[in-house]
Each structure stands twice: as C-alpha cells, then as structure tokens.
Design a protein around this ligand. Structure first.
Ligand SMILES: [Zn+2]
Length: 131
C-alpha cells in the first residue's frame, strides 16, 4: 500500500508530493558507528528529511518481531487459543521494545543530515551527519 503526502520544504517552501514507497536509504557513519538513514529529499533544494535512523540492533529487534508474527500465522487455525494469547502478548511487547529503541536512538542523534560531495570525485555523493 502506498500513501501519499503533500509536503512543504522548510527551507525553500517548495511543495511536493511524497509517496511512502519512494523513500531512500543510505549508510551513514556517525562517531565511527554505522547506521542506515531512511530519508526523502526536497526535489528542489535537496534538503534531507529524516524518516528514521536505524542500526544493526534495530534490524535484529525487527527480525525478532517478524519471527513472532510468523509463529502467529502458523498457529492460526490450530484452535490453540492459549498459545495464540501468549504470542499476541509477545508481539505487543516486542513491538513496544522496537519502538522504544528507535525513539532512544533517534533522540541520541537529533542533528541533521546533508549531502557532501567527495573532494576527489565530484560524482561521489555521501551523507554527512551534522550534530
Ligand atoms: Zn527545499
């Protein structure tokens, strides 16, 4: 499912339509740690808007949540209601843990991101974190 949002750039006031399936991902290094930035850009001035910043631990927690959701799908129709209840409780807790983790991580790095062109190769663009 694709959602569309009409957005206005904070910097240049340009209005543009964002589709949720057109988000970009890029590797970003902050304090020698590796992160993945999910973002979109203003089509006019190229300002980077962060959707989320995630790291390896986030991926692990997300996979763990998916595994539990799969168990619910497998258990579905087995009439094992007690087990279903336990699994549903697990999903709720894991979902909350994931959301809290993401909150903490993003509050830890409240700065902005910008494109930087490499000095050696003008075509080489990378994303830099500005605290
Ligand atoms: Zn803009």
């Amino acid at each position: 499912m694709t959602d569309k949002y009409l957005l206005r750039c904070d910097d240049c006031s340009y209005e543009f339509l964002l589709k949720t399936d057109s988000l970009s991902e890029a590797d970003v290094a902050i304090d020698n740690q590796k992160f993945t930035l999910v973002y979109y850009t203003c089509p006019k001035c190229n300002k980077i808007y962060r959707v989320i910043l995630k790291d390896k631990r986030y991926e692990e927690l997300a996979e763990d949540l998916e595994r539990t959701k799969n168990r619910i799908r497998k258990n579905h129709g087995s009439n094992n209601f007690e087990f279903a209840r336990v699994l549903n409780g697990m999903v709720r807790k894991k979902h909350e843990r994931l959301r809290n983790y993401l909150d903490r991580l993003n509050k830890q790095f409240p700065g902005t991101f910008t494109f930087v062109v490499s000095e050696n190769n003008q075509k080489d663009k990378f994303i830099k974190y500005l605290p």
